[in-house]
Ligand binder design. Structure first.
Ligand code: FAD
Length: 458
């Protein structure tokens, strides 16, 4: 049984901190070498280890997404790609100013704010600008004023932990909406089931569709390339919308301590392509939950051709609470389209390649190497995966692992080039594999030559 000990030993801890809350702080969280939070199990004994393992999102002792979904949303239809669902939508805010201040269609912030305004909850637990430098630029916080909440928006691709915040609100008699990526919400759900007090307080679970979580170094690496060195960095904006561009081609903004924001197209920065998975927290190599299947509602980007071209952004939404479907359907503040299951899944095509197909390959490789792995909802197998995909998955894993070390070396040397020099060849290899390798490129050239499209080379 792959328990929390294997999770931590195998570097698969995502740092959520559910174990710390469950054990009243006898397990602590530390910012690890890879710049993400990790549970420290030293000196922790039974029965704490088992209690912690039951709320750890990567432990086999915890109930999985299918089991949690079945008990939480009985009667709702289930699809293996999105989990249970009551409503499937694409939508965005009508108010242009608010829409432009959000990362995507702005409906995550809007729904959470509605819950506050209607009094369904007293506060929202979410990630926002940190007040504590020891936690980094962003951290989990509690926001209870709708106006304040409205100013705390946007996607934060940044490793955080909710250990302190959940422990802090536990037993205060207030009701909360908790917002997070799928593994954090699964952990919160597991905690709520095990801990009656928190269970009565966590009233809404709002999920973010997730490709993978980034370490804290991601923000620094992009900012440094934009011209703001880590020691001068005040904050970042991971997604600056750019008029006229496709919504997926956003800018990255870096704000220095004593100056104005500098923006740079994210696609031009090393690490900016999500396909390379640079700075990915290693736990994400073992995740198969894309649409936050344990959440009451999940929000992502509607990456479909008909929406993507609009730079202002559009959400994809999977709802699992009919009252939230009604909230969305009845509001005049939103543009809302009903989507089919296939359309919802198609918004995350790349995500499925990484999280499902890629996961099969990674599990296969780990098992072959004798490394312990958790039980996932895909098999450990290369069957049916084409050779190019297998090579891409392996190269992405290499890039991801190397990025943490290369950036730590660059920081120690005070020289960004140390990072760039280490990563560029790996990215070039990835691009070569993606193009299909020398044989396929040769075949393609021959075909084009035969068709009279390409001149003979060399
Ligand atoms: C790590 C990560 C990976 C993602 N990967 C994908 C992906 O592969 N595909 C996809 O379609 N969408 C992905 N998303 C979701 C996407 O980036 C948008 O956040 C989502 O579409 C919501 O946009 P919005 O305009 O509705 O949010 P907004 O209205 O701007 O509000 C976002 C709200 O979420 C809170 N928040 C932001 N980041 C976090 C966080 N890390 N934890 C907890 N609360 C947070 C903010 O405080 C704010 O309240 C990812 C998000 C994250 C954080």
């Amino acid at each position: 049984m792959h328990g929390i000990e294997d999770v931590v030993r195998g570097g698969m801890c995502v740092g959520c901190g559910a174990c710390a809350v469950r054990t009243d702080g006898r397990i602590s969280l530390e910012l690890g070498r890879r710049r993400s939070w990790e549970a420290d199990l030293a000196d922790v004994v039974e029965p704490d280890l088992r209690a912690a393992s039951r709320v750890c999102p990567f432990s086999d002792e915890a109930r999985n997404e299918d089991q949690l979904g079945a008990s939480r949303f009985p009667g709702l239809p289930h699809d293996p790609r999105v989990g249970r669902y009551s409503g499937l939508f694409a939508g965005r805010l009508v108010d242009e100013a608010r829409l432009l201040g959000a990362s995507s269609g702005g409906l995550t912030g809007w729904v959470a704010e509605q819950l506050l305004v209607r009094g369904d909850v007293d506060a929202v637990i979410h990630v926002a600008t940190s007040e504590d430098p020891a936690k980094g630029l962003f951290a989990y916080r509690v926001t209870d004023e709708p106006a304040t909440y409205r100013s705390r928006r946007k996607s934060l691709y940044y490793a955080t932990t909710f250990a302190d915040v959940l422990a802090g609100v536990r037993g205060d008699g207030r009701r909360y909406a908790v917002l997070g990526v799928p593994c954090f919400l699964k952990a919160a759900r597991l905690l709520a089931e095990e801990d009656e007090v928190l269970g009565s307080q966590l009233a809404f679970f709002l999920g973010l569709v997730c490709g993978h979580l980034k370490s804290q170094a991601f923000a620094e690496a992009l900012a440094w390339q934009a011209g703001v060195a880590p020691d001068e960095l005040a904050t970042v904006d991971f997604r600056v919308k750019v008029p006229g561009r496709s919504s997926s081609r956003y800018d990255f903004g870096a704000v220095p301590v004593d100056g104005a924001e500098v923006d740079a197209p994210v696609a031009g920065l090393v690490g900016g392509s999500w396909g390379h998975a640079m700075f990915q927290v290693q736990a994400c190599d073992y995740c198969d939950d894309i649409f936050a299947e344990t959440a009451d509602i999940a929000f992502g980007d509607a990456w479909l051709p008909r929406y993507k071209e609009d730079w202002r952004g559009m959400n994809v939404i999977v709802s699992r609470r009919p009252e939230l479907d009604a909230l969305l359907r009845e509001s005049a503040e939103l543009v809302l389209d009903e989507l089919t299951l296939d359309e919802v899944a198609a918004t995350q095509a790349g995500n499925f390649r990484h999280r499902r197909v890629g996961l099969s390959v990674r599990l296969h490789d780990d098992v072959a190497a004798g490394r312990p792995v958790p039980v996932k909802r895909v098999p450990a197998s290369l069957e049916g995966v084409d050779r190019t995909r297998v090579r891409l998955v392996r190269q992405r894993r290499l890039i991801s692992r190397r990025s943490h070390e290369a950036f730590a070396d660059a920081r120690a040397a005070g020289d960004l080039d140390v990072f760039l020099r280490a990563m560029r060849p790996l990215v070039a290899t990835y691009a070569r594999i993606d193009r299909g390798g020398p044989l396929r490129r040769f075949a393609r050239r021959v075909q084009r030559r035969v068709a009279g499209l390409a001149p003979k080379r060399g």
